[in-house]
Design a protein around this ligand. Structure first.
Ligand SMILES: [Zn+2]
Length: 348
């Protein structure tokens, strides 16, 4: 009898230990996945609630002008300023320090979208908030550890209309265009991952027959999940994910978007200083694998090499600013000899 009780007790302790061992969060390095030195495999994605039907405006209203998109040169960070055909303004990410504010000055911003809550995407908000109408972001999925900077940013949720984007949705910022938010994370079932980059909101803006996709810092798991969900990613313009990191721009994702124009918001020397080495060869290889760059049918520009990147759509075609001439591949990728040659540097 005593032997049986002792055996039962040992069994309970063992089972408890096993449960605790496996009960780690998505990507933490504790528990089983930390033990085996890998990250937890992707779980199958099942939508908790059906996403709202997304549809482009049925008829283009009168008085729609041009859609103007500028990827601002804010160093190793993201900030994209958009003027809609109906005269509204959207800022996707605010960059770092006062760099975006230095460019935008006192420009009114009707809608601010933070793709995710990392410093290089929201730090600049405090310099711009006086001019901002409403804020859209992921509502803090908990994948960031940004301390005071984050507290300051989240403080603006009290002083501005704030929308936490929890699933794929469409918003009417301007009846001339369609603005869709695409998310890989599954907020109704809790935070998707502790890697905040993967909690990025993607923004797709369609004007007539032209589309722009802004990929935030979406990395491979995020890209894979979007593809698995059958998300419509097709766009003529792609703001390349995560500053051209090798953990983004998987070949399947790049193919699914099928863009003609690629913009990388990056500063290579700042990136090297920070140890990121963006943009990486792996992502550039996948982009250039699309072909057509030497023929002048696809175009890739970088904020550190080309400055502010400006694109204009009339609803039929996208054209880039005249100053964006196509640099040769050698100019585009050479000159960073200190980087790890296996993952960074000249593509050929
Ligand atoms: Zn970033």
């Amino acid at each position: 009898m005593r032997k049986t009780s002792a055996a039962a007790l040992i069994l309970v302790i063992l089972l408890g230990g096993i449960v605790l061992f496996f009960a780690s969060d998505e990507t933490s390095r504790t528990g089983f996945w930390g033990f085996v030195g890998g990250s937890k495999p992707l779980r199958a994605w099942t939508p908790a609630t059906p996403s709202p039907t997304l549809k482009a405006p049925s008829a283009k209203p009168q008085n729609c002008g041009l859609l103007n998109v500028t990827v601002l040169d804010v160093g190793q960070a993201d900030a994209i300023f958009i003027k809609t055909p109906g005269g509204k303004t959207i800022l996707i990410d605010a960059g770092i320090y006062g760099r975006a504010a230095n460019i935008l000055k006192s420009q009114k911003i009707d809608y601010f979208v933070a793709t995710h809550l990392h410093q290089d995407h929201i730090d600049g908000f405090k310099y711009l908030e006086k001019n901002v109408g409403a804020i859209y972001d992921n509502g803090d999925c908990g994948g960031n550890k940004m301390g005071t900077m984050l507290t300051t940013y989240e403080g603006f949720w009290q002083t501005h209309p704030h929308v936490a984007v929890t699933q794929d949705s469409a918003v009417e910022f301007d009846p001339c265009i369609s603005v869709e938010f695409k998310v890989a994370y599954d907020r109704p079932q809790g935070c998707w991952t502790s890697n905040e980059n993967e909690n990025s909101i993607l923004v797709r803006i369609t004007y007539g027959s032209t589309s722009f996709l802004f990929a935030g810092d979406c990395e491979k798991n995020c890209e894979y999940t979007l593809l698995q969900q059958g998300t419509d990613l097709d766009a003529e313009f792609l703001k390349v994910g995560h500053h051209g990191s090798g953990t983004s721009s998987s070949a399947d994702f790049v193919r699914a978007v099928g863009a003609q124009y690629y913009a990388i918001s990056v500063n290579a020397s700042e990136s090297i200083t920070k140890g990121y080495f963006h943009p990486r060869k792996a992502s550039l290889t996948n982009i250039f694998g699309m072909g057509g760059f030497s023929e002048g049918t696809r175009f890739l520009y970088r904020t550190d090499l080309n400055g502010n990147l400006n694109y204009v759509s009339d609803g039929k075609t996208i054209r880039k600013s005249a100053y964006l001439t196509s640099p040769t591949l050698t100019e585009e990728f050479s000159g960073y000899s200190d980087a790890d040659a296996s993952t960074y540097g000249p593509i050929n």
